[in-house]
Design a protein around this ligand. Structure first.
Ligand code: GYE
Length: 333
């Protein structure tokens, strides 16, 4: 681990515990879970999709944490389509769930449905990805990572990977889903470091691979046809990097050597590729948001949402290929 980031986890958990105690005292009928014997909380959760290893780990974390917290979870998978998420949220409103949470596929276009939830008196907690809205009252808090910082961390990892390198640095960027917070902000953070410190780095090709392996493979193949001189790949997630590795090999090049690769997430298969030297470095993005989300749900349901920070961040680390084999057995996703 190069850099450890500790944020508000403990503060949020403490606030949640305090909120719970207060709730049980003030209003025993509205208890916060089956364990206390009161009314069980129902949470409607709209997941983005099943596009990546990160998403699979995130879904599992949400389901396990809900079960452990005694929360009744209604779960739906939107298959990366905003209209599916909007219908799922409307259906949760119609079912009068206690709290709604979702990971918005893109940042724009949520105000109407969020106003409907507000009018129905159902609090909304964002998880993983943020939204663009002019009305901050439309959601209580966001539980998730700082994607701009992740982009900066990826650029700093590339500095380490390129130590001793001379000559041009021609970067291909595989972007996440167009319009999604992690795609916008990771690109921004990376570009910020590049423009501030590396006038010699050039992004020669940049396009969305939709956070999937198939997308990464297809877009990288096209990049290599158009730009035979690419010597760096920055992928917004491991899955696209893994797809791209196949196209790099098909083009007769060695991933990790001829083309240096830095990605984001740190899922199991990313670590496997890194331990083989195919990915050179990964900025971790922690998908295990379930426990922090359930704490926030309980706090909000107890009427103490205003005590929560607007953004509950999570802990993440950076890894380079030389650390991958040792870290792999301890990876939790
Ligand atoms: O990096 C990617 C997933 O929103 C942080 O979505 C998440 C991103 C993650 O598809 O693998």
């Amino acid at each position: 681990m190069i850099d450890r980031r500790g944020f508000l986890t403990i503060a949020a958990a403490t606030v949640a515990a305090g909120g719970l105690a207060a709730c049980a005292k003030d209003n025993p009928a509205k208890n916060t879970g089956s364990k206390g014997g009161g009314k069980q909380i129902t949470l409607g959760f709209s997941q983005v999709g099943s596009e990546s290893g990160w998403r699979a780990a995130n879904t599992q974390s949400v389901k396990e944490a809900a079960a452990a917290a005694g929360i009744n979870l209604k779960f739906s998978d939107a298959q990366q389509k905003q209209e599916n998420q909007i219908s799922a949220i409307r259906s949760y409103i119609a079912q009068k769930v206690d709290v709604i949470s979702f990971s918005p596929v893109v940042v724009t276009g949520w105000d109407t449905v969020l106003k409907e939830a507000k009018a129905a008196g159902i609090p909304v907690i964002l998880t993983d990805r943020s939204v663009d809205t002019s009305d901050p009252s439309l959601y209580v808090t966001l539980v998730g990572s700082d994607f701009e910082v992740e982009g900066e961390r990826a650029a700093h990892l590339l500095e380490k990977v390129l130590a001793g390198h001379t000559g041009p640095v021609k970067i291909a960027q595989l972007e996440g889903t167009t319009g999604a917070a992690p795609a916008i902000e990771r690109a921004k953070g990376f570009a910020k470091v590049m423009h501030a410190s590396h006038p010699d780095w050039k992004i020669v090709a940049s396009q969305s691979g939709d956070f999937t392996r198939a997308g990464g493979k297809q877009v990288m193949a096209a990049f290599l046809q158009a730009h035979s001189d690419i010597n760096v790949l920055f992928a917004h997630n491991d899955d696209m990097a893994i797809g791209a590795i196949q196209s790099i090999q098909a083009a007769g090049k060695t991933p990790g050597t001829d083309i240096k690769i830095v990605s984001i997430d740190g899922v199991h298969d990313g670590f496997v590729a890194m331990s083989k030297g195919q990915i050179n470095a990964i900025a971790e993005c922690n998908p295990l948001l379930g426990p922090q989300l359930m704490d926030a749900v309980k706090t909000v349901h107890a009427g103490k949402g205003s005590t929560l920070p607007r953004w509950i961040k999570t802990k993440e680390s950076d890894y380079t290929a030389d650390q991958a084999a040792a870290a792999l057995p301890n990876r939790k996703y």
